[in-house]
Design a protein around this ligand. Structure first.
Ligand code: ADP
Ligand code: MG
Length: 230
C-alpha cells in the first residue's frame, strides 16, 4: 500500500541546509494501522506531509498503491491526493460557515459528484462515526471530539487508499482521546481502512498494530511491536 525507500529530506533556510529525515525505508501493508511515534521535532510531520504528497522529498521515493508520488507533476499529484489520500489534522480544519454535512461532502464537490449522492454518502459516514444527528449543525456547535469525528468522516468520503493523521488527538482530553482512537481502530478493523497515525504519546501508539519510531529523523531498528504493550 505504502512503500518508502531511502527517503531523505532537508529544509533550506537561506544558506543553511537542515537535514530532517535520513534515509528512511519501510512499508505499510493494506489494512494495517501503524503509529509513527517520536518526540517533538523528530520529523513526524515532515514525514507525514511527504507521504501525503504535500511536499516533495529531497531524495528517495514514496509509492502509494504502486504509484510513485514523488515523480508526479503538480496536477497529477493534486488529483492523486484528492482521490487516494485522506488526511486528518490535529486542529480539525473544518470550514466554520459550512454545516457538518457540507464539510464532509466538500472533497466530493471537487470531484463534481452530484449533490444527492454527496449528501447520502456524507450522512452514511456521519452515522458511521457516531454523529449522524449533528449533520445540520455548524462546527462551532460541536465539542472537540465531535469536530474530530467530522474531520474523520471527511477524510474517508473519497474512499482513499490510505489515511494519514497528524496528532489527531493532540487537542483532546484523555477520555475523548480514547474514544477517537477507539473509532479509528474500529474503522481499521471493520472497514479495512489503512491508517498511519502520528503521535508523540506512547499510550496512543501502543494501541496500534505496529509502531515506527522516529528519533532525530532516523527510524529506529526493531520498532515493530511484537504482541501488545497494553
Ligand atoms: N518549513 C520548515 N523549514 C525549516 N525547518 C523546518 C520546517 N518544518 C520543520 N522544520 C524542522 O524540521 C524538524 C522536524 O519538524 P517536524 O517534522 O515538524 O517534527 P515533529 O512533527 O516530529 O514535531 C524540526 O527541527 C523543525 O524545526
Ligand atoms: Mg508535528
Amino acid at each position: 500500500m505504502l512503500t518508502i525507500e531511502r527517503l531523505s529530506h532537508s529544509f533550506r533556510t537561506g544558506q543553511d541546509e537542515t537535514p530532517v529525515l535520513h534515509e528512511l525505508s519501510f512499508r505499510v501493508e493494506q489494512g494495517e494501522m501503524v503509529a509513527l511515534l517520536g518526540s517533538s521535532g523528530s520529523g513526524k510531520s515532515t514525514l507525514l506531509n511527504l507521504m501525503a504528497g504535500l511536499m516533495k522529498p529531497t531524495r528517495g521515493s514514496i509509492l502509494i498503491a504502486g504509484q510513485a508520488i514523488d515523480k508526479m507533476n503538480e496536477n497529477r499529484l493534486a488529483e492523486f491526493r484528492r482521490t487516494h489520500i485522506g488526511f486528518i489534522f490535529q486542529s480539525y480544519e473544518l470550514i466554520q460557515h459550512l454545516t457538518v454535512r457540507e464539510n464532509v461532502e466538500l472533497p466530493l464537490v471537487f470531484q463534481s459528484v452530484a449533490s444527492q449522492e454527496r449528501k447520502q454518502k456524507a450522512l452514511a459516514l456521519l452515522h458511521k462515526v457516531g454523529i449522524g444527528d449533528k449533520a445540520e449543525m455548524f462546527p462551532s456547535q460541536l465539542s472537540g471530539g465531535q469536530q474530530q469525528r467530522v474531520s474523520i468522516a471527511r477524510s474517508l468520503i473519497t474512499n482513499p487508499a490510505i489515511v494519514f493523521a497528524d496528532e489527531p488527538t493532540g487537542n483532546l482530553d484523555t477520555k475523548t482521546e480514547k474514544e477517537i482512537i477507539d473509532l479509528l481502530i474500529d474503522l481499521n478493523k471493520n472497514s479495512g481502512i489503512t491508517f498511519v497515525i502520528v503521535t508523540h504519546e506512547h499510550e496512543v501508539a501502543s494501541r496500534t498494530e505496529r509502531i515506527l519510531q522516529l528519533r532525530d529523523g532516523y527510524l529506529l531498528e526493531n520498532s515493530d511491536q511484537a504482541g501488545e504493550a497494553g
